[in-house]
Every structure is written in structure tokens, then in C-alpha cells.
Write a protein that binds this ligand. Sequence first.
Ligand code: GMT
Length: 390
Amino acid sequence: MRIGITCYPTYGGSGVVATELGIELAGLGHEVHFISYSQPFRLNGRDEGIFYHEVPVSNYPLFEFPPYDLALASRMAEVAEFYALDLLHVHYAIPHSVSALLARQMLASRGRRLPFVTTLHGTDITLVGLDRSYLAITRHGIQESDGVTSISNYLKEKTIADFGVTRPIETITNFVNCDVYTPITDADVRAKARLHLAAPNEAILMHLSNFRPVKRVVDAVKIFARVVKERPAQLVLVGDGPDRSAAEWLAHDLGIHNKVRFLGKLERVNELLPLADILLMPSELESFGLAALEAMACKVPSIATRVGGVPELIDDGISGLLYDVGDVNAMAAGALSLLNDPTRLEAMRCAARKAAQQRFCATLVVPQYVRFYEQVLAQEPEKYSRSLTA
Ligand code: GMT
């Protein structure tokens, strides 16, 4: 198949999933064309079968807001035509599903078919899409998609309840490449690599996010402050975003800044995650929690919040521990109980890796997308043209 993928290419879970999906699809022999305003950050330009098409957005003095969604629609139609795309797969409903809808209409008027699949990721449904200025158009984009997938059952139910979407939505969970995200099995190698981040007697707690308010990175610092009072430890924060300054200030105010390391945005998180003992994911909301899955594949369990789709990923008490949002005392106590009981921690580490392998491995999930594309492509052309004119 020749598949066009559109996503937010910068730091963010939906862009990561879209990029990893493109890489996996190309690995299966499909031709993948990314269409976006910049190169998705996990692409290196060297992957066979992957092409990148930038969306130029020209400005004009009349435009206070350059219309990216229109430029995207034009580019989608252009790329689909030039490269004979079979379908488009857009990640994050706003505005990508609407641009795809326009591209589909543009090509239909020229007698060419371009179905599109929309994958719902999170804040497109739970936050941004609920804003009055976007709600109706987001619902329209979803409703008019040729296929819709959601990354968790939670998000699927939320879309039906809050947007009144009546078309079927298929849950296809996020996934991880279990050969790229792996534990470091040699204890000596792992111990040596950890020395870059912590002293041998220190536990490593890690947090990985885009530091937006929804991630509650400040809670990660609060949890760590309670842990480090009781035992030697380091907090390693990977990523960057609006709440970084608040987290840095808190670490200084609490006098623990020499134990807190901000590594910034990094690409090869698969090399860092296996060095952690525990991942902290104290989010206000997660429709899935991709960072926790990537950590699980590296044999790292999470202390996380019982929100959104997280309970579909983490089996509380088995592959991680779940708490109420903001309950930093309980989360710190949970982290300490694991760190002070190496046998229990090891059992949880093994369960985390096993869950990633058995339920969320790319080899299991990516074929679900391929089957879904085939179903969309098999939809009868008459039905397709009816939906276009309806
Ligand atoms: O909202 C974000 O934090 C970013 C967002 C995105 O779309 O980039 O992440 C969402 O999608 C991820 C990948 O599917 C999920 O793992 C995250 O749980 C989800 N974030 C939220 O629901 C807050």
C-alpha cells in the first residue's frame, strides 16, 4: 500500500505513534509518505520506503493567522495524486481530519478516490476538541472519516459520549517496538551505564513528557522530594515544555536541585529508559500513556495516576502502581515500598516487560492497522460516493 501519514511532527505522543507506525509499515514493505510542516522528529531521513513532504504555509499581510489547515489539504491532495496514495492516515483529529476531508473532496471532483483514517489520541477529544470553537468541526471531521480508530477504549467511549459520534470507532492501542525498547540484561553493563546519571547506591526515578500542565511534572518533583528524604536517589527528567521552569524552581526551593537532572528533549529515549528503576507518570489525564508503555518494554514499571486509559495499560499492583491524581504522598510511599523490596520490584519489572511484549508489541498491533486500512479500502465505491455527496 501507499499510505500518507499526517501528524504533529514535534514533541508529543501522537507524533511519536504516527512516526513509529510509519517506520513499522515501511518495514513491512509499504510505502509511507509523511505530510507535515516539518520532519517528524524520530525520522532520520534514511529509512527505506519513507518519504517526507513539507507543507509550505505562505503568509500574506491580510492573514492574521496563516491558514495551515488549507495549505495541508492542498498538499495532501497534491501528494496523493503525484504518488498515487491509496489512503491517508491522520493522527490527532484537529485540524488533520478536516484537511483530509477537504483533500478527499478535491480529488473526488477529479474522479479520484482518497479515503482517510483518523486516529484519535487524547487532547484532540478531551480538551481542545471540546472547546466551543472547535467542537462542531471536530465532530464533522471524525464523523466523515472513512475509518476512525482510538488508542484506548476510554477515549473511544469519551468520543461517543462527548461528541455524539455515531460512526463506528475501532480501538487499536498504542504499541512499542519490543526489539528497540528493551531492558539491558547484563547487570554490569546496566550498572556502568547508570553511573552517568547516579551514584551506585542511588535509585533512578525518571519522568518523560512534554512538560505540559496535564503531565503534572511538578508532582514528579514533589514525589521525588519525599523519596530522597528516605533513601539515596536521583530524579532524571527527559523532555521540555511550559512547566519546566516551575519544576526547576521547586527543586531549588526544596534544596534537592543537585539530585534532579533536566536532560531536555532527547530522541533516543530507548537508551535511557532501561537505566531507570521507576518511571513517574503523575498526569492529570492520559488517554493511553505511551511513555509508560515504552518504559514497560524496557522493564521499568510506573508509578502513575488512575486516569483515562492508563488502567487499560497498567495492571495496578502487577505491572505498576496507580494512584489518585495529586496524591503525591501515596505515590512516594508506593515508590519507596518498591525500592525497599527488591524482590517485589523485580517481579513488577518482569511483569511490565511481559505485558508490553504480550499485549502492546508492534508486531501484534501494526498488523491491526494494516487490516483496518484493507477494510477501509474495501468499502464499496458507491457507498463512498454517497457519503461524499451526503
Ligand atoms: O496530550 C498530549 O500530551 C499529547 C498527546 C498527543 O496527541 O500528542 O498525547 C496523547 O496521545 C498519546 C499517544 O497516543 C497518548 O499516549 C497520551 O496519553 C495522550 N495524552 C493525553 O491524553 C493527555
